[in-house]
Design a protein around this ligand. Structure first.
Ligand SMILES: Cc1cc2nc3c(=O)[nH]c(=O)nc-3n(C[C@H](O)[C@H](O)[C@H](O)COP(=O)(O)OP(=O)(O)OC[C@H]3O[C@@H](n4cnc5c(N)ncnc54)[C@H](O)[C@@H]3O)c2cc1C
Length: 372
């Protein structure tokens, strides 16, 4: 994987023969996304749900360092410390490139803690998957919804995946900003990229500030509302804008921000971290119960209807995913294929004016090649 000129990670040397294309079609979630015939509890907006709660890591340092309530890190630490897995494959800042990401096996609390926090920049957590599978050790996986969905699709063809990766965790994802987004944040902070020793998008509080620390120890920062809301979200990958799975529907557990807000939109005021936790599979529900019983995380029950107030963007994007992908197909003659995600049902329940706006916006973008 290497950066393209527009700042996204892209694979090099992809074979273009028919067999390779068929393999990609079989496994890549960017091309095709579909549930198996839906099991009982499928919510059209929020996907498969066995349990939903809000919660946080009980270890105060994990909660503080985490992006929201530190639940993903707490689950990872719990899995490693109870010996359920040998390590967790997760993504952290790249020591050789402070604004880049690197996925690595993390085998103890301090390594997992160092990787806590969201990194709003391209990552490729599956790039070295074969190396880890070939080593034959048992691990948990943390990634974006598309990483986990691809892993599930690969598992249908590679029995090692479910045997060696018993737990697959995701976070809700509004889309991956290009590296240029982070560079634009640095420009706004008046920090030269060459001066950066450490770059943190958020965490150390909820949501926590976006911070660039220079080699000389000085630091420049801005609020999460400024970095994400004004800069990074202007640099999103085009494919993410038509994504119907921003909520990790294929994960065992998906975590998100349990935002608090007035008037239907999160207020991003600084608070003690709180995650939204959605256990989606029997394995996810069992892990959640186990982590609560062991005292690793504390939870409070949440009604499914309350999720939309916390995640209005995710609700809006799934409602418009079908018309956006239809616009892409019409404009370019190609695009991803989606099935069994309740998209038609959501579309029929959405305001026609909103759908038309979404259709036109996506059609124009696709026609003018603004694909990101
Ligand atoms: C690109 C992006 C978009 C997001 N969009 C949303 C959203 O729309 N709504 C929402 O509620 N939350 C979103 N989040 C996730 C959110 O910020 C929190 O990660 C989530 O609330 C879980 O918090 P936590 O405290 O449990 O996680 P933590 O305990 O902080 O753990 C976070 C985990 O995520 C992994 N991680 C961080 N960045 C990346 C990355 N780029 N690629 C792969 N793995 C990574 C880390 O390895 C770590 O294991 C997004 C995160 C990213 C990176």
């Amino acid at each position: 994987m290497a950066f393209s000129p527009d700042g996204f990670l892209r694979p090099g040397n992809v074979p273009r023969d028919a067999e390779a294309r068929a393999t990609l079609d079989r496994v890549c979630a960017g091309r095709r996304l579909s549930h198996d015939p839906q099991p009982g509890a499928y919510h059209p907006l929020w996907g498969p749900i066995r349990e939903v709660a809000t919660g946080h890591a009980t270890d105060a340092e994990v909660r503080f360092r985490g992006s929201s309530g530190g639940v993903l890190s707490a689950l990872a630490i719990h899995l490693v410390e109870t010996g359920r897995v040998d390590f967790v494959l997760a993504t952290a800042a790249d020591p050789a490139d402070p604004i880049g990401n690197r996925t690595a096996p993390l085998a103890d609390r301090s390594a997992i803690l160092a990787a806590a926090g969201s990194r709003y920049a391209p990552s490729a957590p599956l790039a070295d998957l074969e190396t880890h599978l070939a080593a034959g050790r048992c691990f948990a996986f943390i990634g974006k919804p598309c990483d986990v969905a691809t892993l599930r699709r690969m598992a249908a063809h590679d029995p090692r995946i479910d045997r060696l990766i018993p737990i697959k965790l995701a976070f809700f994802c509004a889309g991956v900003p290009s590296r240029r987004g982070t560079q634009a944040v640095l420009t706004a902070l008046s920090v030269d990229e060459s001066e950066v020793e450490r770059f943190q998008y958020r965490g150390d509080g909820w949501p926590g500030r976006t911070r660039a620390r220079r080699h000389d120890g000085s630091e420049a920062s801005m609020t999460y509302a400024e970095s994400w809301g004004r800069i990074l979200n202007q640099h999103l990958q085009f494919r993410c804008k038509i994504c119907p799975d921003g909520t990790g529907e294929f994960a065992d557990i998906a975590c998100a921000d349990a935002w608090v807000g007035d008037q239907g939109y999160p207020d991003f005021a600084e608070r003690d971290g709180r995650s939204l936790i959605v256990a989606r599979t029997p394995a996810g529900a069992a892990l959640l119960a186990d982590a609560v019983n062991a005292g690793a995380i504390a939870t409070e029950a949440l009604a499914i209807a309350a999720i939309e107030r916390m995640q209005p963007y995710q609700a809006a994007r799934k409602r418009s995913a079908l018309v956006r992908s239809a616009a892409l197909w019409l404009a370019s003659g190609r695009g991803p294929r989606f099935a069994r995600l309740s998209l038609l049902r959501l579309t029929l329940g959405t305001s026609p004016a909103l759908l038309v706006r979404n259709f036109i916006g996506t059609f124009r973008r696709a026609r003018h090649g603004r694909r990101g």
